[in-house]
Design a protein around this ligand. Structure first.
Ligand code: ADP
Ligand code: MG
Length: 292
């Protein structure tokens, strides 16, 4: 591409809210064969609503459980954290983030910390291993409804669970269909359950061609490495950083996304509109074809 053509395309993209961190990404974008989307916060809004919150220990009050969850989640930037804190506030529970020690985030799994003298783990079933939990989670009900569910372990015991739901972004189906009409393979990569992935896919009228669920951050990166390239990865979370870095072109959700995703991405979407992805590829194709 000539410097002038590149500059024109970059400024045109910027005007529509797509920031490219360099002209090289334009050429890659023009040749993209696979578009891999993260689910939570990228295809879906990440604006969760808590639909269930239950304690499973008879001697543990819902208030205590909510206090633990709100206090730990107040240290997390995951989209689920805000919904859980709002839910606690609705029940007049004040979180105490300063009382949490040894906080740790496990991307794609959940979080942990010490509070009230207990080791508390919150996350999906993968976190049960870290919590050294021996009790089996018997909460498949919420998962089968396609909601995102979370489990709370304290002192190595399952003490409660919750489920949340969010919706696919408006324009997501259109973005996927446009990419397909451009002969680009569409994929969804998620750390969430198979049921929650199927729920999102259902809302998209099953338009995404390939779906992988229950992935760790490194699984997303491995799948991208195995795809036909160039691959564009579109994501928002800390858990997407390895995939964004592995992809030929990493596209991050600039508005709602994590700072790490924005730092790692080669392209930043300045709006939450994922229709900007096919739009940017079209623009790149036009700019690139004009000068070769
Ligand atoms: P996605 O890949 O779709 O964006 P994530 O990797 O962000 O999903 O999350 C995967 C799963 O990890 C979530 O569905 C949730 O079960 C668990 N998880 C991650 N962070 C947290 C957290 N702060 N609190 C509870 N669960 C979490
Ligand atoms: Mg995400």
């Amino acid at each position: 591409s000539t410097p002038v053509a590149t500059f024109c395309a970059l400024s045109k993209a910027a005007k529509s809210g797509v920031l490219l961190k360099g002209g090289d990404h334009l050429e890659t974008l023009a040749k993209v064969k696979t578009a891999a989307f993260d689910k939570t916060g990228t295809i879906t809004t990440g604006e969760f609503v808590v639909t269930d919150f239950k304690t499973v220990s008879p001697d543990l009050s819902l208030k205590t459980l909510l206090y633990w969850v709100a206090s730990l989640e107040s240290k997390s930037s995951h989209p689920m954290a805000k919904a859980l804190m709002d839910y606690a506030q609705l029940h007049s529970i004040e979180p105490h983030p300063e009382a949490v020690v040894e906080f740790h985030n496990y991307p794609g799994e959940g979080i942990c910390g010490k509070l009230d003298g207990q080791d508390i783990y919150i996350g999906n079933r993968k976190i049960a291993l870290r919590a050294q939990c021996i009790t089996e989670a018997e909460t498949e009900v919420s998962a089968s409804e396609g909601k995102t569910s979370g489990y709370i372990y304290a002192g190595g015991v399952l003490t409660g669970w919750f489920s949340l739901s969010d919706a696919v972004r408006s324009g997501a189906a259109q973005a996927v269909n446009e990419l397909k009409s451009m002969k680009i393979l569409t994929m969804m990569l998620t750390g969430d359950s198979h049921a929650a992935a199927a729920q999102a896919q259902n809302q998209l009228k099953n338009s995404i061609e390939v779906v992988h669920a229950e992935l760790l951050p490194e699984d997303k990166a491995r799948i991208i490495k195995e795809c036909e390239g160039p691959v564009a990865m579109i994501g928002d979370g800390v858990n997407d950083a390895p995939a964004l870095a592995t992809a030929d072109v990493g596209i991050s959700m600039g508005l709602a996304g994590s700072a790490l995703a924005t730092e790692t991405g080669n392209i930043i979407l300045m709006s939450n509109d994922i229709r900007k992805v096919p739009e940017a590829i079209k623009l790149a194709r036009r700019a690139y074809n004009k000068v070769i």
